[in-house]
Ligand binder design. Structure first.
Ligand SMILES: [Zn+2]
Ligand SMILES: [Zn+2]
Length: 114
């Protein structure tokens, strides 16, 4: 699995293009500022990137096209995503702990009732 790809449940996946189309005429690569004919759009900031500019291989592009649960974010956004995930994970662990103690309490109540 390419480390640049993120798998989060079922999503629509990023927009991947191989040839220029009318509505993509204004799409400029965020790295080299040239028009994007073959490239990928970041799902967060909606900026376009050439595959080589985004350091994406043909294999990765193909995977993105075929598996819609794969996501691709540009370098800048990926940093943000990772930070958000870390915070979410911490929250999840907290909640799990709370749930655990609540369950123990409930079990205790049930035992005293019987
Ligand atoms: Zn470029
Ligand atoms: Zn981005």
């Amino acid at each position: 699995m390419d480390s640049k790809l993120t798998k989060i449940g079922q999503g629509s996946g990023p927009t991947v293009v191989y040839s220029a189309s009318a509505d993509k005429e204004k799409a400029k690569c965020s790295v080299c500022k040239e028009q994007v004919n073959d490239g990928v759009e970041c799902e967060i900031c909606e900026h376009w990137f050439h595959t080589p500019c985004a350091d994406l291989s043909k294999t990765t592009m193909k995977a993105l096209e075929e598996d819609k649960s794969l996501h691709w974010y540009c370098d800048g956004c990926r940093k943000g995503v990772v930070a958000t995930w870390k915070r979410l994970k911490e929250r999840q662990d907290e909640l799990k702990e709370k749930m655990g103690s609540i369950l123990k309490e409930v079990e205790g109540i049930e035992k005293t009732q019987t």
